[in-house]
Ligand binder design. Structure first.
Ligand code: BDR
Ligand code: CA
Length: 314
């Protein structure tokens, strides 16, 4: 059997980030988690670093290396999303404080050192939050960029618009300068925008199947999702909330669930009105370089089948 694909998960948990990490932990044959790096986003860094360790402990994966990263965007004040995720970022279940320690050292240095150490083209970056850590790593060590196998991100939106402003999706909006560095870097990007994630609703029948797994991690996840979806149900009038971040990990496990095309993507960093917008040249109306594979469609039933199958393995 082929060896597991090496990944670093850069994240700001977040209930949907937690679901993505759980999907990776439930897939040890395919994915080796070299480390989890945290960033300020949904909640401040101290909480995202706490939450990442809570998820590791919940899944009995306390050997996982968790590094704290940037506590603020490269050039702006931090914007958080407690209105979606609750005060802690993981509101919903009752969770105990983590006992496992954070690793010494900064997430940015861990990313750089890992990419320099591992054979070229073997490490995939999975980004589930603002791109601050990655932008800083690329600035500090541009030599790592060609060493990356692929950067798969949850971020952006185009036909679907934005979710934090009419034009911008949260992860890109929080640190547009970092996103700009990433999209200009030449790294191979796969982008999971709102156009995809809004097709993945936590419908009652799907959450019920998760609850039927019956394990402690599955139960905690169900309670997280029940909290998380209330905001989007009210906002969109939809049948459940969109499950954003697990798309990144699902793509590594079953790319055939997703359909998209290679496009040019540029980030708006100047306009006050549209800052953080991902300008996607879906119709190839410019000659600009196709720097990302932008996804637009997903097999939602296949996605939830995968999620439930893997959650049951934890
Ligand atoms: C993204 O923003 C966060 O609130 C979620 O965790 C996800 O990464 C969706 O816009
Ligand atoms: Ca996130």
């Amino acid at each position: 059997m082929a060896s597991a694909r090496k990944i670093i998960i850069d994240t700001d948990p977040g209930q949907d980030d937690a679901a993505a990490i759980m999907l990776a932990f439930g897939s040890p044959d395919e994915l080796e988690v070299l480390g989890i790096t945290t960033v300020a986003g949904n909640v401040p860094l101290s909480l995202t670093s706490r939450n990442a360790r809570i998820v590791c402990e919940l899944c009995s994966r306390t050997e996982t290396k968790v590094f704290a990263g940037a506590d603020a965007p490269i050039a702006r004040k931090l914007v958080t999303a407690e209105h979606v995720h609750g005060k802690t970022g993981l509101d919903g279940p009752e969770l105990s404080e983590p006992t496992m320690a954070l690793q010494p050292g900064h997430a940015v240095d861990f990313i750089i050192e890992t990419l320099r150490r591992e054979p070229e083209g073997t490490v995939t970056l999975c980004t589930l939050g603002p791109l601050t850590n990655i932008g800083l790593a690329f600035q500090k060590a541009p030599d790592i960029v060609p060493r990356i196998r692929e950067l798969v991100m949850m971020g952006g939106g185009f036909f679907e618009g934005g979710n934090i402003t009419p034009a911008a999706e949260f992860n890109i909006y929080v640190d547009p300068e970092a996103a700009d560095i990433v999209f200009r870097s030449g790294v191979r990007v796969v982008m999971m925008p709102l156009d995809v994630t809004h097709q993945l609703l936590t419908r009652k029948d799907r959450v019920k199947r998760m609850a039927e797994i019956g394990t402690a991690p599955a139960k905690a996840m169900v309670e997280m999702l029940e909290f998380f979806e209330r905001f989007d149900i009210e906002k969109y009038g939809s049948d459940g909330g969109p499950l954003h971040d697990p798309t990144v990990v699902a793509y590594l496990l079953k790319p055939e669930l997703f359909k998209g095309r290679d496009c040019n993507v540029e980030i708006e960093v100047q306009s006050e009105l549209t800052v953080g917008m991902t300008v996607v040249d879906w119709w190839h109306v410019t000659e600009r370089k196709r720097n990302a594979k932008v996804m637009r469609h997903v097999d939602a039933d296949g996605f939830f089948d995968l999620l439930i199958e893997r959650f049951a393995r934890i």
